[in-house]
Design a protein around this ligand. Sequence first.
Ligand code: AMP
Ligand code: GLY
Length: 425
Amino acid sequence: MKILVIGTGGREHALALALSRDPGTTEVHAAPGNPGIAEVATLHEVDPMDGAAVADLAETLGVDLVVVGPEAPLVAGVADAVTGRGIACFGPSQAAARLEGSKAFSKEVMAAAGVPTAASYSCSSADEIEAALDAFSPPYVVKDDALAAGKGVVVTTDRDEALAHALSCDRVVIEEFLDGPEVSLFAVCDGTTARALQPAQDFKRIFDGGLGANTGGMGAYSPLPWAPPDLAERVLATVVQPTLDEMVRRDTPFVGTLYVGLALTAAGPRVIEFNCRFGDPDIQPVLALLTSPLGALLKAAADGHLGVAPAPKFADGAAVTVVMASAGYPQSSSAGDVVVGTETLAGEPDVQVIHAGTSRTDDALVTAGGRVLAVTATGTDVADARAKAYEGIASISFPGAQWRRDIAAEPLGVVEGASLTQEST
Ligand code: AMP
Ligand code: GLY
């Protein structure tokens, strides 16, 4: 099977790597890719937002499957352009990608499907905003309705700050604060059926102890030894299946990854958000442990045959991912800093360097984004994988590099959750 991966980040590198390990995959192509992806796939220069160009490339290459990694092309309708040419695509249509593209829409679907989530109000005037803030007690959770690359959410005890953020958005969702550890659960969906991958946890704040600004994610681990063993099954039954059924009812079946961001509250799992793609870095430890063929799973989902496909299987043990970010992240980023040491990890069987914002000049690997790369390591348990990941981090350096020292040091939730009541973003 020939597969084309669309995107340029750590998620796409992890996907391309897992696909290249799959014996059923004969060729992996990527567009536009990055220097890490180039090690496992053939790169093509195509704008990932240009559906016609992506479909042209898929046709020219004669691929059996296109996997669209990031949300922006999905929300822009790139999957529609690909399936419109009769090529299988893993990733939702523009209409179904609204589950991530509009927070108000995803709340509406959750309500219609009876999915447990935070109580919320969708507001577009100052009066509605004031009333919604008064309806909840602090901490306030204020979400820009539009796609904002993780930066549109403010969680704060300061009502003035909550109000200011709400007024700066065209349309805003104000919701109940959910108290409890956060979990990322990825459900691979074929429109009517879903298969859950192993749950992971993502460390979202920039600094140790869950302090500082929200980021795209500074590290992750999987599995979650402390989580209820039936968590994935429960979330499939109470969240994912009702959502798929509701999307079918609306004639916009969801094909792709339904990324369920959950809070495990005292009252049970509650949905914080839906995304329409795998999370980065949280998918990295999950894919590092996947032992069943990824290509066959994604193709079965794209073809609507997930019900007869083998369930995903995972190795025993655990995997931990630690992200290295460039100077200034998350407010800004620094390009052109020379990255050294990644080659020293090339032969390590349990350690992978996953590239995100990197670029290659004539003679060096350099930074080219906020999150530059991640080290993902597998081990016998979380502590073992964590030790290997940090050993890997210690052998890589670039000017201004920032990384958290406490990824997977203890189950996140107590620490990170606590900070949410003091910190704002
Ligand atoms: P989102 O973009 O919706 O994932 O929100 C970003 C982050 O804000 C989440 O990962 C949580 O840490 C936090 N957050 C969002 N919604 C809530 C909520 N209702 N209760 C508590 N924390 C939240
Ligand atoms: N790691 C969070 C995200 O991908 O949105």
